[in-house]
Ligand binder design. Structure first.
Ligand code: 5AD
Ligand code: SF4
Length: 492
């Protein structure tokens, strides 16, 4: 279930950036459009994965319908909402710190409303209202439609909370207010929740059961984005490979559908094909894949369409089958390698990234060595690497002891980061002399005469501006690189 490209900055790709949430944390939403005079102002801050950023756009839409417009200026806001992440302990600590910072504002202005949304709200529920006295509002990921009513309750002097999870909510009919973006790339949520129950993961508890969104509404949203000038969309889900629409409602396995439901059903390969057919100039990405569910059918659809980017994020977590078993991942090292071989068979030029957790419960030196050898065997183009962080209520917390000392976790993490830095550099060096179609996303942070964009493989390429502007496609020939970025010159 990775990750966020809302604030598309090429420096995000530096390998030193171990924890992607750290890069995304707290970037305030941008003010879009004119605010009607007298409108109330909402300051919305998002942490965590792309799904959270996408959810914030739904929240902004629901609030705007009810007269609250987003502002970047914390000090002029009537309501502060912080959309939170619970995936690791350090993600939660950052939110707590931020909440204490809001405290002084609230002291000066008691009418200011502070709300906690998202995964931490779902995890901690009333504890937020009881312990963190400065919070007025606690709302979980499936309850955003009730936000305006809850804000009303707070305005009348009460504390308010809704953390009900749903089997069906997909916010399919809500047209997101695009926040903080570049007007070129956007997210579309295609499903919510997760049924996988990986033993380390808190998401099934914070985001509830898996459910897929009506494909017609997904296509409509994609067409609208194209009409609004967007050039690239990323389809989002915790486990996109198990996307299955059969007419609505909670998730069902394909084999459990009636014949009628089966013939009308849309799986992820079908959906990808439909979205890719909208327009060849609209680029399609998606995340996140799951090794246990990824089908060859999806790979064939990817190979068929030039506009589906040749990039797959396929989290491995560990290269050792016994650890994978303890993690309840549902595949072995060998099965993962079979999936990698399939990707390379259908798309020899496809880039592959992964997620790795270091120091999971009981991880031995040999098991850790298997992760390192797998990284070398696959030759990942990029990786997101984390220390294991025990999460309350998860299977791992109940079943295993978090017995790897922090220093050892960090030592192992440093080892895998060093390997990945080397692999990323090698992967980039292979691109020297090649020419790529790049979608320009913005001006380089380091040099205003240079632009940056991405190729199909999701690699960031920086090149001199010439006559190009954000939103253009440029053909760029690569002449230099480091482990994070390709440098080139536009030839067309
Ligand atoms: N500790 C460390 N990393 C975790 N992830 C998920 N849960 C945990 C945890 N408890 C990582 C996994 C996942 C990514 C989104 O975050 O690698 O793929
Ligand atoms: Fe996203 Fe929630 Fe997972 Fe954080 S815990 S990464 S917000 S789904």
């Amino acid at each position: 279930m990775l990750w966020n490209f809302v604030f598309l900055q090429y420096h995000m790709f530096e390998i030193e950036k171990k924890v992607i949430e750290e890069e995304n944390q707290g970037k305030p939403t941008l003010l879009k459009g004119d605010i009607p005079a007298g409108a109330k102002k909402l300051y919305l801050e998002s942490y965590g994965c792309q799904m959270n950023f996408s959810d914030s756009e739904i929240v902004a839409s629901i609030m705007q319908e009810n007269g609250y417009y987003t502002t970047q200026n914390l000090y002029e806001s009537d309501v502060i909402m912080i959309n939170t992440c619970a995936i690791r302990e350090n993600a939660e600590q950052k939110v707590r710190k931020r909440l204490t910072e809001f405290k002084s504002l609230k002291k000066k202005r008691p009418s200011l409303i502070v709300g906690v949304l998202g995964c931490m709200a779902e995890r901690l529920k009333e504890k937020f209202l009881e312990e963190e006295k400065l919070v007025d509002l606690v709302v979980g990921p499936d309850a955003y439609r009730s936000l305006p009513d809850l804000v009303g309750e707070v305005n009348s002097g009460q504390k308010a909370m809704n953390v009900l999870l749903s089997l069906e909510e997909t916010y399919a009919d809500i047209s997101p207010v695009r926040l903080g973006g570049n007007g070129i790339t956007a997210f579309i949520s295609i499903m919510r929740g997760c049924d996988n129950m990986c033993s380390f993961c808190v998401v099934p508890f914070t985001r509830g059961r898996e459910r897929s969104r009506n494909p017609e509404t997904i296509l409509e949203e994609a067409k609208q984005l194209l009409a609004d000038g967007y050039k690239e969309i990323t389809l989002l889900g915790q486990n996109v490979d198990s996307y299955l629409w059969y007419g609505g409602g909670a998730k069902k396995e394909f084999k459990h559908l009636t014949d009628e439901e089966k013939s009308a059903s849309v799986n992820f390969a079908d959906l990808l094909d439909m979205v890719a057919n909208i327009n060849p100039d609209l680029r399609i990405r998606y995340t996140t894949s799951n090794p246990r569910d990824m089908t060859d059918e999806v790979l064939m659809v990817m190979a068929k369409h030039e506009n589906i980017c040749k990039y797959i994020h396929l989290p491995i977590q560990s290269g050792n089958s016994a650890v994978l078993e303890r993690m309840n991942r549902g595949y072995t090292r060998e099965e993962y390698l079979v999936r990698i071989a399939a990707i390379k068979k259908y798309m020899p030029d496809c880039a592959i990234s992964t997620d790795i957790i270091c120091g999971f419960c009981g991880e031995t030196e040999e098991e850790h060595a298997d992760t390192k050898s797998l990284m070398l065997e696959v030759g990942f183009d990029y990786a997101y690497m984390f220390n294991y962080s025990e999460r309350p209520k998860t299977l791992a917390e109940r079943k295993y002891s978090d017995d790897i000392p922090e220093e050892l976790k960090t030592k192992r993490l440093e080892e895998v980061i060093a390997i990945q830095r080397d692999l990323s550099l090698k992967s980039n060096q292979k691109d020297l002399g090649k020419t790529f179609k790049v979608l320009v996303e913005g001006t380089s942070k380091r040099n205003e005469n240079e632009l940056f964009g991405r190729n199909s493989q999701n690699k960031v390429i920086v090149f001199p501006k010439e006559h190009f502007k954000p939103g253009d496609y440029a053909l760029v020939k690569v002449h230099d690189c480091n482990s994070a970025t390709l440098l080139g010159t536009a030839i067309l």
